[in-house]
Design a protein around this ligand. Structure first.
Ligand SMILES: [Zn+2]
Length: 230
């Protein structure tokens, strides 16, 4: 067999073998779909918030699950707390949720210089100025639309408000209170606006001096345990 012919056979063989291997590799990677953004805006409480309770609403476990989720390979989720924020309070707020699930450690934080609200692959928490009035905090979730897998989550605490510890000081926006609510979104719970749900941490409005959201209520716990197990 001449040299040219044998090398041609070699090339043909390589192509015949590699084409199925390449297609198997791609077939194994499902298309996760375009990236979408979900934005939760925590607004100041209006004078008459929510809708009137439905007659059958009593005794219901109040929570709403968005259906998007962290990939199990991403756990625990690493987050960065900007140096301007009180790291201890943020950590306590995350632990409030983590404490209700025994199976997995969901979040692990570090402190650094970050800006929330920009797409950079970092799960960031920081103060910042949101352009609309009446907005206390905003949580952004980026996810793949077909699989619902989360790519990045950021939370911005609006500098329009004076932040602090509202225990005994009703004139500040309580950081732990609002952070605990926002981390419910990190765990993919949605806001609740019905009046019977106003004691729940995932109730969608907040106000100065409020500290009720620092602790979880029955619906919050039922929701997180439904998603992540007890
Ligand atoms: Zn919210």
């Amino acid at each position: 067999m001449n040299k040219k012919l044998s090398s041609l056979i070699c090339i043909v063989l390589i192509i015949i073998i590699s084409v199925p291997i390449i297609s198997i590799a791609f077939a194994g990677k499902p298309d996760k779909g375009p990236i979408e953004k979900k934005v939760f805006i925590h607004r100041i409480k209006p004078d008459n918030p929510g809708k009137p309770p439905k007659p059958d609403g009593r005794g219901k476990e109040w929570y709403k699950y968005s259906g998007i989720h962290w990939a199990s390979t991403n756990l625990p989720v690493t987050y960065i707390v900007d140096t301007e924020l009180d790291y201890g309070i943020i950590e306590t707020s995350f632990e409030t949720w983590d404490d209700e699930i025994s199976t997995v450690l969901l979040f692990e934080g570090v402190q650094g210089e970050v800006t929330a609200g920009i797409i950079d692959g970092i799960n960031a928490l920081s103060y910042g100025d949101y352009p609309d009035a009446g907005v206390i905090a905003v949580t952004y979730i980026l996810y793949y639309s077909y699989t619902g897998e989360i790519i990045e989550v950021d939370t911005l605490f609006d500098t329009d408000y004076i932040w602090g510890d509202a225990t005994g000081n009703p004139d500040v926006m309580d950081l732990q209170n609002i952070a605990t609510h926002e981390f419910g979104h990190w765990l993919v719970l949605d806001d609740l606006y019905n009046r019977p749900a106003r004691q729940q941490t995932m109730y969608g409005y907040g106000t100065y001096g409020e500290i009720i959201k620092r602790t979880l209520e029955s619906g919050d716990i039922a929701g997180i345990q439904k998603i992540y197990g007890e």
